[in-house]
Design a protein around this ligand. Sequence first.
Ligand SMILES: Nc1ncnc2c1ncn2[C@@H]1O[C@H](COP(=O)(O)OP(=O)(O)OP(=O)(O)O)[C@@H](O)[C@H]1O
Ligand SMILES: [Mg+2]
Length: 502
Amino acid sequence: MRFIPGQTSLFFKVIFITSLILIFAISFNVWWNTSLHGASIEKLTQDKTKIISEFIEENVIRAMEKGRHFDMHRILRTFAVYRDVRKISLFDFEGTIKASTQEDELNKQVGDVEAYLKNRYFIREEKVRLKDGKIERERVYYFNTPILNRPECFQCHAQERKIIGVLTVANSLKEMDTMLWKIEIHSVILAVITIGFLSFVLGLLSLKFINIPIKKLTETMKKAAKGDLTVRVNVKGRDEMGSLAENLNIMIEKLGLAKQEAEQYHQELIQRADRMASIGELASGIAHEIRNPLAGIQGAVQILAEKFPKEDPRTQVTEEIQKQIYKLERLVRDLLNYAKPVPANYLPTDINGLVDKVLSFFVRQRGMPADYRIEKKLFSSLPKTMIDPSSMEQAFLNIILNAQKAMPKGGTFTVSTVALPQRKDDGKEVREVQIIFEDTGVGIPGENLNKIFNPFFSTRSDGTGLGLAITKNIVEQHGGRIDVQSRVNVGTKFIITLPAVN
Ligand SMILES: Nc1ncnc2c1ncn2[C@@H]1O[C@H](COP(=O)(O)OP(=O)(O)OP(=O)(O)O)[C@@H](O)[C@H]1O
Ligand SMILES: [Mg+2]
């Protein structure tokens, strides 16, 4: 796995966090166990020392009652044979040691008698001479039993004293401490082994179920991102990783299909553009060739028609031939128009004036059909546009003619102009004008809306299908765009947007 600075692997995070939790839990467990063990061993020592103390007290009192003071040393020594008992001493109320298993302490002072009387027991660390003569530091547990004055004692001790002495048994805690230390060491070793083993197993599991699958998924994604959509990830299993891998494979497969479709579509577009270009070239070539013979035929038919009287049935034939020749002429003209480049005779032009001019030309040429109304809503302070006026006239006229044909039973044709609010594009101020042509005609069915600008698309028997293609060409050559909105039997709206002069 590649190491990226600042990025910690998931594997490391899982192991690190799990180990931390384990260390915390196991350490707490070790501490808890040793504390419990310590407390119970201490209690045992305490009980043992207390029992020894009680025995000695009983024996000492009995010996003293019988006036056998010299027996005290023997009694103390009898109990001193216990393994952990370091020392047993008896001192009077003034702190003078009267009997002790350590004979060098006899008649010495214990120091703070009050401390012995106040604390039934205490632990202190001290240097102890072992039986083999060695000196060691160890913790020693002192259990102190005050010996109370009673009538039997009055023969030797003054009556007013309540306590006539203190019996103290010193018990070594060395064995207990050693045992506790061993328990601690064992627990720690066990903890280290457990943590190590669990981390290792967890590591293996996360490597098998998380790391390796993630690595495979990432590599597959990288390959797919580089464009290889044949790649598939091989992670089996009914867990989340398995379903992630399955979904990734499905996604890559779908991407592959979409890419194939896009490539096919692109290919078709290129082929179509190619076809259109060659059709355009071919068409204009043919149009040129047809033009002159057509003019010849027209002249000949004209002469023939003039020779027949009006009522002659042949006149009908010549009229039909003339109609068809007119249609052919239009096709030739439109073809040449479509193929010719837009002339670069750009002038700052007032679009309102141009709309007026085209509409009056249309009315003059066609006459105003009955039930056909023209409305103008021209924006009063429309900015000028840089256009070739005669091409733009042609573009507008095509739309006006279409509208007229779309309203065979009459209707309203509205032309409006509007200045769009100024906007910023790439930091540049952009001003635009819109010319909106609306009719209340038959409308365009939804399935035809994206075809009407294609050359040769026509639903009319007398149409060449070049009108809107020419209009679109002209508008786009001027840096503008044309949009259409239509509802069947309601009407159609063409919106031309052109850049305005600043
Ligand atoms: N205002 C409109 N209302 C309804 N349909 C329209 C309108 N304008 C265009 N169309 C549809 O779009 C088609 C293509 O129009 P276009 O002007 O390119 O060709 P045409 O009018 O059929 O033929 P030509 O303009 O060459 O005589 C039309 O045949 C018609 O079906
Ligand atoms: Mg047309």
